[in-house]
Design a protein. Structure first.
Length: 384
């Protein structure tokens, strides 16, 4: 239950692609948290990348939308958009500037000089991702420390991210995970466009990047002898050899339809799969993992601490090895009668720990503390 706040605030959401959410976890977080903040009585402004929204909406879910251009190049899109968003936000005295992604931190100097209150949701440990060269990794490490310097308060989405910033920079943070909504299948006929029926396929929804391991999923699936299909929803916004390798190794039972942002279609794909493969290995609480659990999936997840903290005993884990993943996938084929228990436990865990109403209330509590001055400008110590 969302309650009206006694202290309504003006809140700017900066650093995402924008809303309505059509792309990733940050966008979904802004949409789900933002519309609940509006119901509490807050005024919320969301900065959006204009090329994602040709309809040029001015409002969504009670939130004001500001369309800002950017340089449409892989390494510059996020940074150029945030730079222009910060310039715009600096002309308005928002009570809170909520910035998503520590990579945006170097652009926050102007807001800091103006004495504005800033919170930064750090995201994951982006510098660990193999897609970045040494220059990119140096930048992300620099951004982490800059976020500690410019933000009044950091937000971590997991215990692992919280520990990283505390140990490396002496910077404390507020832990607020992402949320998810438990759902059931309403329109299983959506499966027909992929030639599928309920329970006839393994599913993975992800960007085609090495750290998400879709290629490993294809290689493991190729080791199985089954009449089930593998449906890989996603792709990459830029051409790469990794995407080419996925396409090369995908046989006739691997379906690669590309991106799909239709929430109703995705909901029914999640709700009707035999098992969901979660390959993400870098970052904190992953939104795709939460949504798979919320949709009653039996999840096979990459065995890293972030995934273990979320999934716990509700599914299975695999090492970064095609034989180990194939073994886990084969187990689900051999024990279909045991999967329902994991599915039910996963949904209950979402209801208990990852409810969007709880997430929104935690953001509200954080913002109220910021306005009261509970988090003055910190001076982090040197990184170890």
């Amino acid at each position: 239950m969302i309650k009206k706040t006694d202290s309504p605030l003006s809140i700017a959401m900066i650093g995402t692609r924008g809303i309505p959410a059509r792309y990733g976890g940050f966008e979904t977080c802004v949409e789900e948290v933002g519309k609940r903040l509006v119901k509490m009585g807050h005024k919320v402004t969301v900065y959006c990348r204009s090329h994602y929204y040709p309809e040029r909406l001015r409002e969504a879910f009670g939130m004001r939308l500001v369309m800002v251009p950017c340089i449409r190049k892989k390494s510059l899109e996020t940074l150029s958009h945030t730079f222009l968003s910060v310039l715009h936000a600096s002309m308005f005295r928002h009570d809170i500037n909520m910035v998503f992604n520590a990579a945006n931190a170097p652009h926050l100097g102007l807001l800091r000089l103006l004495g504005r209150r800033i919170a930064v949701n750090t995201d994951g440990l982006e510098w660990k991702r193999s897609k970045w060269g040494w220059t990119g990794r140096i930048y992300y490490k620099f951004s982490e420390r800059t976020a500690c310097f410019f933000a009044n308060r950091l937000v971590s989405d997991s215990e692992g991210i919280h520990s990283h910033y505390l140990e490396c920079y002496g910077a404390d943070s507020t832990i607020i995970a992402y949320g998810a909504c438990c759902q059931t299948s309403k329109n299983p006929e959506h499966l027909q466009q992929y030639g599928l029926t309920p329970g006839s396929y393994f599913l993975q929804i992800t960007r085609f990047e090495p750290d998400n391991n879709p290629l490993l999923t294809v290689q493991a699936f190729n080791c199985l002898k089954t009449d089930k299909k593998l449906l890989l929803i996603g792709g990459a916004p830029f051409a790469s050899k990794y995407v080419q390798a996925i396409e090369r190794e995908s046989g006739e039972n691997v379906i690669l339809p590309g991106f799909n942002y239709d929430k109703n279609v995705l909901r029914n794909l999640w709700c009707n799969c035999h098992a969901y493969i979660h390959g993400n290995e870098v970052g904190g609480t992953n939104p795709a993992l939460l949504q798979a659990m919320a949709n009653g999936n039996y999840v096979i997840a990459r065995n890293v601490i972030f995934n273990r903290n979320v999934l716990t005993d509700c599914g299975r884990f695999y090492a970064k090895d095609k034989k180990d993943l194939a073994k886990a996938m084969q187990w689900t084929l051999d024990h279909p009668d045991l999967l329902d228990e994991g599915r039910k436990k996963a949904m209950q865990r979402i209801r208990t720990h990852y409810d969007w109403n709880q997430v929104a209330m935690k953001y509200d509590q954080l913002f109220q503390k910021l306005v009261r001055g509970d988090y003055p400008w910190p001076i982090p110590r040197r990184a170890q």
